[in-house]
Design a protein around this ligand. Structure first.
Ligand code: UDP
Length: 389
């Protein structure tokens, strides 16, 4: 089987720093290739992930172009998609497109003719976005979608859900062999790992840290700013305003610290040594990479039970969940009753790249088969989506 994996023009694969979708692609492709799938990666020239072939128009990631006005940036994703479409027209050896490019990837795949290969588009984000596209979506029997959690798909508009082949949870390379690693040594701090943005609720976590008396580290970027020293005091960006107005008043450098973006070993040690990773969510978390990473590193997740959290965390065994903001703080203080070994065992069982790849391969095979039998429209993939094994 040969799959065109479309990662888009924004960042290289793997990304050098922050990069959610590019990280998912970098996690998925190696075990897929181990299973015998040939991968043609559509990305940018600086991507270093080993693949069978790389397609690109841009020599490097175009992420910074997103700061420019619309009329200057609107051609970037289209130029990339045009390259993908040309490849699909010029060759007949692609069995399936696995697309990860927000909105434009889905719309372009749906616009291709009947003899184009089937396309599976992974929805990595909040499906309340793009209501006009998702609310009336028609994939012409050749484009299907999958989510990254059941709760994400359950909130999707009906027209999009009718195209769903189910969900595949996110994975992390840290989960491989996690059950054989020693328990981490725990410090006293709690950690919120993620972009500083209203949905992740750093303001609530920081307020509770002061009220209930626990130490809290905030790790993650504020908009494009990765280092506290680089954040201009008047940065005009929604996340920078959120940080300035709602989070920074609680950041005293002692009880609550913002340390900017962490990566590599520093990130892993920070997570492993945390008493718990805290998720005071103010949105329905769609996939939660930070959740599966925390478990893999032996750190329970203490969270508001929103979005995918109840699917990923077993309350009382791998973390603590509540619907109540104040109870969240009490649970944070009790996080050491969760056994890190249980968290690592769960990650090794459910969230490895190998497991994610075999789930996707099963989807690919079913989809290609049904498409080639020309039965795709009558299959009961259907509304509501089916949880994969
Ligand atoms: N991340 C990181 N360093 C940070 C903050 C976040 O490496 O300082 C990573 C985190 O480990 C995860 C990703 O960024 O792999 C965020 O993905 P997630 O699905 O948790 O959140 P999203 O930003 O996609 O909503």
């Amino acid at each position: 089987m040969r799959v065109l994996m479309n990662a888009g023009p924004w960042l290289s694969v793997p990304p050098r720093g922050y990069g959610g979708i590019e990280n998912v692609v970098a996690t998925l492709v190696p075990p897929l290739r181990d299973l015998g799938v040939e991968v043609v990666l559509a990305s940018v020239g600086t991507s270093t992930l080993p693949v069978d072939e790389l397609l690109s128009v841009f020599p490097d990631g175009q992420f910074s172009a997103l700061q420019r006005p619309y009329n200057q940036v609107c051609g970037v994703a289209q130029a990339h998609m045009h390259r993908v479409v040309r490849a699909l027209r010029e060759r007949d050896d692609i069995d399936l497109v696995h697309d990860h490019v927000e909105a434009v990837g889905l719309a372009t795949m749906a616009a291709l003719g009947r003899d184009a290969p089937p396309a599976l588009h992974t929805l990595h984000w909040d499906l309340a976005k793009h209501p006009e596209l998702y609310g009336g979506f028609d994939g012409g029997g050749r484009v299907r979608v999958n989510g990254v959690s059941a709760s994400q798909l359950a909130r999707a508009p009906e027209a999009l859900r009718a195209h769903s082949v189910g969900h595949v949870h996110l994975a992390t390379p840290l989960a491989t062999g996690a059950d054989r690693r020693p328990r981490p040594t725990k410090g006293d701090h709690l950690l919120i790992l993620g972009r500083i943005t209203p949905g992740k609720g750093q303001d609530l976590g920081a307020r509770l840290a002061h009220e209930y008396g626990f130490d809290l580290i905030l790790a993650g970027p504020v908009g494009p700013y990765h280092d506290p020293a680089d954040l201009p005091p008047d940065a005009d960006n929604p996340d920078a305003r959120y940080f300035r107005e709602r989070v920074a008043p609680h950041v005293d450098g002692q009880r609550v610290r913002w340390i900017g973006t962490v990566s590599g070993q520093e990130r892993d040690e920070l997570v492993a040594n945390a008493k718990a990773v805290l998720a005071p969510l103010r949105w329905e978390e769609p996939g939660g990479t930070f959740v599966v990473e925390s478990l893999a590193l032996g750190t329970p997740v203490v969270a508001l039970a929103r979005g995918c959290l109840p699917e990923l965390i077993e309350d009382g065994r791998t973390g603590l969940l509540t619907d109540d903001e104040n109870e969240l703080a009490e649970l944070a203080l009790a996080a050491d009753k969760i056994d890190p070994a249980e968290c690592m065992a769960e990650a090794a069982r459910r969230f490895t790249p190998a497991r994610m790849a075999s789930q996707y391969l099963e989807l690919y095979e079913r989809f290609i088969h049904s498409h080639s039998c020309n039965r795709v429209d009558t299959l009961s993939y259907g509304v509501g989506s089916r949880a994969l094994p």
